[in-house]
Write a protein that binds this ligand. Sequence first.
Ligand code: ADP
Length: 220
Amino acid sequence: MAEKDDENVVVIGLGRFGGQVADSLLRLGHEVLGIDEDPELVQQWSDRLTHVVQADATDEDALLQVGIKEFDRAVVGIGNDIEASVLTVVTLSELGVGDIWAKAVSPKHGRILRSVGAHHVIHPEITMGERVAHLIASRMLDFFEFDDGFAIARTRAPRDSAGRTLADLALLSRHGITVVGVKTHGTDFVYAAPETVVPEHAELVVAGRTELVQRFAATT
Ligand code: ADP
């Protein structure tokens, strides 16, 4: 790992969140340096990660020693120890790491992380909690909301839509949502086009303003 490379990622804090990020990055073909202060955890990860070291990530010298300067991307998975999480982000930022992702355990924690240099703040519990609530409260099969009130969802097709084209259904003018993909049981999603015919028992991927996507899903 000599030169700074986008493919190399350092994951600090190999708890449930950081460990999952590290594992998935590995499967996606990235080199991962894992850092945790817990020797037992480091031992557990030693044969799975490319490199794993025991260090206190709030200690600038320790980070320099493990070669942090070779990384342009870091994920901080420390959550419960807010002081350690904030100090780690400050240290990474001062060391010039260009892309810092950090986990927050509360909105206030997230604001602090942003103000000390995190480029991306993740709220796993809040995001997942909201998502599950949307799935339970609506007929959506999957749902993802972007920060600015725009959402993409997987829904059932409206009851009266089987055999009709998307042009005929005119969901944009009637419901304010755009259909991105169409799928029926056992087949892959196909890209939506005006002439796409909606099959029986179809599922749609739709995009639009969150409240319009929710309203549309409720009608299906
Ligand atoms: P999760 O809920 O995802 O398991 P935790 O906050 O409980 O998150 O765990 C974070 C991990 O970060 C733990 O394994 C802990 O040992 C590690 N950790 C906490 N502080 C530091 C630190 N200063 N330096 C390195 N690792 C740390």
